[in-house]
Design a protein around this ligand. Structure first.
Ligand code: FAD
Length: 308
């Protein structure tokens, strides 16, 4: 069996694998798609000490760094079940295989909920984006929309209002769902318009860049157009934890793995890190720090529980 088996190969999983391997213990990492979400983006400008990089480049660097160590890297492996036994934890995979380990680090990440409207995929990274902390500065002096009036949408609109020329916040429901204090702040800003009962219907552009979006006014039924250069979609981040239902790992009401400050989950020997957990602020540097921390906690668990 592995001493540490990491499930998920994004920034959190890569960091966990490296930190575990550096302790000289038997380490494996199994991932559905090694690299994770960074493979879906281009410009990355907030990976501290690297002024600018690109997603695929960072993904390749993660893989090269892991391969510097004695790590069993198993790509294209989709975990489907976690079974906590008396001494070992078993992970079963979609291909029928299974692996056993003394400790595991869960780092299966998350995915942004899409609007599923025409133009959204076509203009991804050409104006359609999901991450205000990442891409806000790219829209300096431009007009943007934020889709979604929950806490993340309203926080994004407040954040962006300080950077961009104008923000239009579109909410499907008849009212915003964000906390009152955020709504008050939002309404105090001069360069933000809020439109409720608005169903986004299409993202338009010239083939290269976003130029507008259309929405249906759900009260009048009319279709309207907003001219802009950017669309921030903030309608939910879904943790990849469906496979952990019934495993005994406690999930939050949003489906995120609950962890303590050491990355420990509700099951002994099972640690978790990165976007899949309750950790606030889903970012690359944070996922890497969390992955490192979870691996060190797994090592600490091993030296306390393994026979000498
Ligand atoms: P992920 O990167 O989501 O990795 C999860 C891993 O688990 C993947 O290998 C996946 O294949 C695997 N996996 C999932 N389910 C299973 C399963 N059942 N079995 C096995 N493996 C599984 N952050 C920044 O800091 N700066 C940026 O500029 C930035 N830009 C972004 C742009 C886009 C378009 C997106 C989508 C995200 C961006 N982010 C950015 C956020 C950043 O990518 C994430 O915070 C980070 O990748 C989280 O790392 P992670 O390892 O926790 O999860």
């Amino acid at each position: 069996p592995f001493e540490v088996l990491v499930v998920g190969g994004g920034p959190a999983g890569a960091a966990a694998a490296i930190y575990a391997a550096r302790k000289g213990i038997r380490t494996g990492v199994a991932a559905e798609r090694f690299g994770g979400q960074v493979l879906d983006t281009m410009a990355i400008e907030n990976f501290i000490s690297v002024q600018a990089t690109e997603g695929p480049k960072l993904g390749a660097a993660l893989e090269a760094h892991v391969k510097d160590y004695d790590v069993d890297l198993m790509n294209l492996q989709r975990a489907e079940k976690l079974i906590a036994g008396k001494d070992l934890i078993e992970i079963q995979f979609a291909n029928g295989g299974s692996l056993k380990a003394k400790t595991v680090v869960l780092s299966t990440g998350a995915r942004w909920r899409n609007m599923n409207v025409p133009g959204e995929q076509e203009y991804r990274n050409k104006g359609v984006t999901f991450c205000p902390h990442c891409d806000g500065p790219l829209f300096k002096g431009k007009r943007v929309a934020v889709i979604g009036g929950g806490n993340s949408g309203v926080e994004a609109a407040i954040d962006l209002a300080g950077i961009v020329k104008h923000v239009t916040l579109l909410e499907f429901d008849s009212k915003l769902r964000a906390d009152d204090v955020l709504q008050r702040k939002l309404h105090s800003l001069p360069n933000v318009d809020v439109i409720t009962s608005a169903q986004t219907t299409e993202v338009l552009g010239d083939g290269q860049q976003v130029g507008a979006l259309t929405y249906k006014d759900r009260v009048s039924g009319e279709s309207r157009k907003v001219e802009l250069e950017g669309v921030f979609v903030q309608i939910g981040l879904l943790p990849n934890t469906e496979w952990l239902k019934d495993s005994g790992v406690t999930l939050s009401p949003r489906g995120e793995i609950e962890i303590d400050i050491r990355g420990q989950t509700s099951l002994p020997g099972v640690f978790a890190a990165g976007d899949v957990t309750t950790v606030p602020y889903k970012q690359i540097v944070i996922a890497m720090g969390e992955g490192s921390k979870a691996a060190l906690s797994a090592f600490d668990h091993l030296i306390r529980t393994s026979a000498p």
